[in-house]
Design a binder for this molecule. Structure first.
Ligand SMILES: Cc1ncc(COP(=O)(O)O)c(C=O)c1O
Length: 436
């Protein structure tokens, strides 16, 4: 792996002269010379354990050999289509293989490049097919940054400020965030998304004008919030009753992250539309909207498309990703490592008043930090200190939640027991050093 790179370190100092601040002002802008498996190799010559996994895009770790080989082989055959003008092997194989993984009959695909593009596609599909104008989404959801996806996004007001007017006919109801129940009613809080939906349908928008309800099965950017187990089944029932399409945004939860291939399977609910990206191609830009043939066939020819979507190289990487997930029994590793991580982090929470809650499914774990002196208020400052302390010790982590008060723990799904232990020991050490 590459060693230190003084030139890269020096040039990285100019980042704010080269990139728009909207893109570059983030944590920690670590100059890296390369990556392999669970590790990134810093331009400073140090090795970093990567528990961000390319923001959940590199579920197989960095540069999985099978993915690299498939992409290289495809580079020698064909780099670009586009779909519609030509048909190529990796497009067909990616579609055939993805159909084997998706739940129910969600076996037809619209291929795109990015998460936001897939969300836009799902919203357009829903409007086109239902001929209804409105959408319902959840407070705290994150779905992307283009105008349609930003319209359904409320994980943080920064994604909306100065961008209004966004898409009309978008309505938001609370997501069941039991740890910080907006109604402060303890155990009863989880009913309120449904009470809000009832009120919405009775007073604001008739359900027969709602095209789709869009939801992340577990809030990602919004704070790694896991809903009660009956939340998604009840949403499914409402959608069935009202003829509304249920869209799961599994851009972050997909491809093994929650211990099953999709969170739809983790929660036992099949949506009408599944939105996928991130880990689908192990870091190559690719996304997909999956729906049943019955639904997809109503989306008339030529009414939506893209130049680069379903790129041949990205599709080759996707096929290799699906094969590796299966052949290497990655889901077994997720389940084993998830138990170890949850046990250790829960034990840490019991010892530290700075941790209010540890929650998650599979290797999608959030650790919410609180301020014990401020009645348990969100403690983004503590998370910042944890991030910095961990990075100093060679562990890369990233925050979530509107106040940055949730530490997201998203190691690659192929993380070994030893690597997980190494990362958790660093987190424990840093949290202990901060605990009053
Ligand atoms: C759940 C979810 N939806 C949508 C997106 C947007 O994806 P992209 O950044 O590729 O546009 C993200 C990205 O973080 C996400 O986590």
């Amino acid at each position: 792996m590459p060693g230190s790179d003084a030139d890269l370190l020096r040039r990285a100092q100019r980042l704010d002269e080269l990139l728009a601040p909207s893109l570059s002002e983030d944590w920690p802008n670590l100059p890296v010379a390369g990556g392999e498996g669970a590790y990134l190799y810093g331009a400073d010559g140090r090795r970093y354990l990567d528990f961000v996994s390319g923001m959940a895009a590199c579920n197989l770790g960095h540069r999985h050999p099978k993915v690299v080989a498939a992409a290289k082989a495809q580079l020698d055959r064909l780099i670009h289509g586009p779909i519609g003008v030509v048909v190529y092997d990796t497009l067909l194989r990616a579609s055939e293989e993805l159909a084997r993984l998706t739940p129910g009959d969600l076996d037809m695909f619209f291929w795109g490049n990015s998460g936001t593009e897939a969300v836009e596609g799902a919203l357009k599909l829903a409007r086109y097919v239902t001929r209804r104008p409105a959408f319902v989404a959840f407070v705290g959801g994150f779905h992307g940054r283009s105008f349609g996806s930003a319209s359904v996004t409320t994980s943080n007001v920064k994604y909306r400020r100065h961008y209004e007017p966004l898409l009309p006919a978008v309505y938001h109801v609370p997501f069941p965030y039991c740890f910080r129940c907006p109604y402060r009613r303890g155990g009863a809080c989880c009913d309120d998304p449904f009470a809000s939906l009832d009120r919405l349908f009775a007073h604001v928008v008739p359900p027969d004008e709602v095209a789709a309800i869009l939801v992340e099965p577990i809030l990602g950017e919004g704070g790694y919030v896991v809903p009660p187990s009956d939340f998604l089944p009840r949403l499914r029932a409402i959608c069935d009753r009202e003829g509304i399409l249920l869209i799961f945004d599994e851009i972050q939860t997909g491809f093994g992250r929650t211990g099953e291939m999709f969170a739809a399977q983790t929660f036992g609910v099949t949506p009408d539309v599944l939105v996928l990206s991130k880990a689908i191609a192990s870091g190559f830009p690719l996304s997909a909207v999956a729906a049943s043939p019955r639904l997809m066939r109503q989306w008339s020819a030529g009414t939506h498309g893209t130049t680069f979507g379903g790129n041949p190289v990205a599709c080759a990487a996707a096929v290799a990703t699906f094969e590796a997930l299966r052949e290497e029994r990655v889901l077994d590793n997720v389940r084993a490592r998830a138990t170890e991580a949850m046990d250790r982090l829960t034990a840490l929470a019991a010892r530290s008043p700075l941790i209010g809650e540890v929650r998650g499914r599979g290797l999608m774990i959030g650790v919410e930090f609180v301020d014990p002196d401020e009645g348990g208020a969100p403690n983004g400052a503590a998370v910042r200190r944890v991030l910095e302390g961990c990075l100093e010790r060679g562990l890369l982590l990233y925050p979530a939640g509107p106040a940055g008060s949730v530490l997201r723990v998203i190691p690659p799904l192929v993380v070994s027991a030893g690597q997980l232990d190494e990362g958790l020991r660093i987190i424990e050490e840093v949290v202990h050093s901060l605990t009053p």
